[in-house]
Write a new protein. Structure first.
Length: 251
């Protein structure tokens, strides 16, 4: 049984290495989610192959148990946060709510990245199903982008048949907090429906709720959740484990 557990631990460590290293890095995705996942892979591998007799007494034993406790506590915290992500991602928006489409990376060709394309798709579907709904397209232009994220979203939606007079561009935001602060100004100034349908990825919806709470937005809010590429889900989900407390403390 002991040998079986070691083999199982090594296999799990390799799986983590693939999920947080090889797959996302092959698509040039690297963030705190990768780092945490790879750290967990290294630690699990070490636990599985460590020589007998190590960390059996004194300071090494205390450090070993402390490290294990930290990893276990973080895993439990992550499970709770992931459940919150899943729960908030399925809250249905009201009919004809104002869509707030959150930006993401624009490729050098001017085309949306896979994440941004997924968000545009769910927003377009909602707008076609609800002819009375309008949308705020929120996202500025990064230093490595050829156009603002708002402009890219506008181009894609109009090409998909959405009338330009239903779309409002917000092209100054650089993060999610600014997305909502600036989008709410547009909604108020133009008398748009205060009920919101937030188009973003599933992993992002929990932080969206926190930001709305921080900004005192009490209108009805539903989720238009895009399906993130499966090979990027672990990295982005774990990144959100860090982003939520950062948002709470440093909004």
């Amino acid at each position: 049984m002991h040998i079986f557990l070691r083999i199982l631990g090594i296999a799990a460590a390799v799986a983590l290495f693939v999920a947080f290293g090889i797959l996302p890095l092959s698509m040039n995705v690297f963030n705190i989610g990768n780092i945490a996942g790879l750290a967990a892979a290294v630690w699990l591998f070490f636990l599985s192959v460590k020589p007998s007799g190590w960390f059996t007494s004194g300071v090494p034993k205390v450090l070993f148990r402390t490290a294990n406790g930290v990893f276990i506590a973080f895993a439990v915290y992550g499970l709770i946060v992931t459940i919150a992500m899943m729960t908030t991602s399925v809250i249905k928006p009201a009919d004809n709510a104002t869509v707030v489409l959150l930006g993401a990376q624009v490729r050098p060709t001017g085309e949306p990245s896979s994440i941004l394309r997924g968000r545009i798709k769910v927003a377009e579907e909602y707008l076609k199903e609800h002819p009375g709904a309008k949308a705020v397209l929120s996202g500025g232009k990064g230093s490595d982008e050829v156009m603002s994220e708002a402009q890219c979203m506008y181009n894609e939606l109009t090409a998909g048949g959405i009338s330009p007079d239903r779309l409002y561009m917000e092209d100054k935001s650089t993060n999610t907090t600014e997305n909502f602060r600036n989008s709410m100004k547009i909604i108020e100034e133009n008398g748009l429906n205060p009920n919101l349908a937030v188009a973003t990825d599933r992993f992002h919806q929990a932080r969206v709720r926190m930001i709305l709470w921080q900004q005192g937005i009490t209108s009805d809010v539903g989720a238009l959740s895009a399906n993130t590429r499966w090979d990027l889900v672990p990295t982005y989900v774990v990144r959100e484990w860090f982003a939520l407390p950062h948002q709470l403390l440093f909004r």
